[in-house]
Design a protein around this ligand. Structure first.
Ligand code: ATP
Length: 448
């Protein structure tokens, strides 16, 4: 079993500090649904921004898309979801608990020891009705992945972007799966967000691009601070491959419950565009005007979950340390992921300190997620910021009123430097850029 922090500690921190709350908690909560509080929503946004920056903004071969959650039902017929997006499920005849077949080891209920039903298929798509009549003709589905939006918009996007293949279409958005056994906090839920890239390539070049994306996606997590020893790649065996996939790797993370999937990277071949071409009776293909060839592109798909990444980043950042005989819990989150970048803390609520402290707060707010906190002792306030991973704290004391300098405290090294108020932005920027705190260019401005 994993040596990483216990899940209970993460769940408790998330509740205590406002990362994640149980959904509809005042009514007793709703199974497997979670709400993201003030710092949780910031962490989620930062993860999505980091992904978008890396996949779309920094590249000239990927463009973005936002397709609708509700799509034409034919989409799900053509994609194979209506027929085969299902898990085998068994149910206890006595206590009616349900399991995915691949999650149970024996033939008896592990709860009460009674007999189980025969396995039956359970489709994971949520159904609803469009319009006032609830019949088969008005049945639609909540999408279980964003990918189909990219496939059905392939021709629109290629034409409008005036780009050649290889070309990627990226999307971040909600997906829904009626999972039989959700759980492990936010690891497996029925509503979650996907970050998906569909990268369209010439057949024959697919292996090369597949290898490229497997490496690229693995490195993304490392670049954002996940420790290498907690991340690994696992290739799917032939029997495990999805019906559309030629090859697939999972990026796995060492979660508290053991190694589990964080992201999947699949070579989907020409399955999707061929299926939609057939079903819509509109051939979907690409004309390469340099070679004069027309072909159905192959698709390489890195598909990640926002919440699973959120959980992995939190677990990996969590540390319990001893500082001068006292325990501190600190989230050593990568500065670009940290929900708040800086906290402005007047030494006390003394009315002489408040005006300068508020001024510093107003100065920093437009550029950085900043918070202002003047309640309780400075030590407790530092600990509060450590627990949510705020990289820097700025303290205003009585000396600041004389020399217009403030103390900046680094979350990781606990080093403190005096900085003129006018130079604060530079110190914060250097920290966000990953420069070591001590070597920051502002080191030179320590002197009075
Ligand atoms: P699993 O085997 O865990 O059910 P999957 O292989 O079905 O996942 P994909 O369809 O490849 O998952 O989706 C890609 C990513 O989306 C996963 O790696 C995961 O990060 C995320 N994801 C999928 N299902 C869920 C879910 N029910 N809750 C949260 N995230 C999910």
């Amino acid at each position: 079993m994993s040596k990483s922090v216990e899940m209970e500690k993460i769940v408790s921190l998330c509740k205590r500090r406002g990362f994640v709350f149980p959904s509809s908690e005042i009514y007793g909560g709703l199974s497997s649904c979670w709400d993201y509080g003030p710092v949780g929503v910031e962490l989620k946004r930062n993860i999505k921004d980091a992904w978008w920056k890396n996949i779309v903004q920094k590249r000239d071969d990927v463009v973005g898309l936002e397709s609708s959650i509700m799509m034409h039902p034919q989409v799900w017929k053509a994609s194979g979801h209506i027929d085969s997006f299902a898990d085998y499920m068994v149910e206890c005849k006595e206590c009616h608990l349900r399991w995915r077949v691949d999650e149970i080891s024996g033939t008896k209920c592990s709860q009460c020891g009674r007999e189980l039903t025969k396995p039956r298929m359970f489709n994971l798509m949520f159904k609803t009705f469009m319009g006032p009549v609830e019949d088969e003709a008005s049945t639609i589905y909540l999408r279980p992945e964003t990918a189909q939006g990219m496939f059905v918009n392939f021709e629109n996007t290629v034409t409008i972007s005036r780009k050649k293949l290889p070309l990627g279409i990226a999307q971040i958005g909600k997906s829904f799966r009626n999972e039989i056994t959700p759980g492990n906090f936010i690891f497996r839920t029925r509503e979650f967000e996907h970050m998906e890239l569909e990268y369209f390539v010439k057949p024959g070049n697919d292996k090369e691009w597949f290898d490229y994306w497997v490496k690229e996606r693995f490195e993304w997590y490392i670049g954002l601070g996940i420790r290498k020893e907690n991340l690994r790649l696992r290739q799917h065996g032939k029997e495990e491959l999805a019906h559309y996939a030629k090859d697939c790797y999972d990026v796995e993370y060492l979660f508290p419950m053991g190694w589990s999937e964080l992201e999947g990277i699949a070579n989907r071949g020409d399955y999707d565009l061929t299926q939609h071409g057939r079903a819509s009776k509109k051939e979907i293909s690409y004309y390469d005007d340099e070679t004069g060839q027309r072909y159905v592109p192959y698709i390489i798909e890195p598909s990640a979950g926002v919440e699973r990444s959120f959980l992995a980043f939190l677990i990996d950042a969590y540390r319990e340390e001893e500082v001068e005989g006292e325990k501190r819990v600190v989230l050593r989150l990568h500065p670009s992921l940290a929900p708040l970048k800086v906290a402005v803390l007047p030494l006390s609520r003394n009315e002489k300190l408040t005006p300068l402290a508020k001024e510093v707060y107003k100065q920093l707010c437009p550029g950085f997620m900043t918070c202002y906190d003047d309640s309780q002792s400075i030590g407790r306030r530092y600990r509060r910021q450590d627990e949510i991973g705020t990289p820097l704290c700025v303290t205003i004391d009585f000396e600041s009123l004389e020399d217009n300098q403030v103390t900046v405290r680094d979350r990781d090294s606990l080093a403190q430097i005096r900085v003129p108020v006018s130079g604060l932005e530079k110190v914060i920027q250097a920290k966000l850029a990953g420069e070591p705190f001590e070597a920051s260019p502002l080191w030179a401005t320590r002197e009075k």
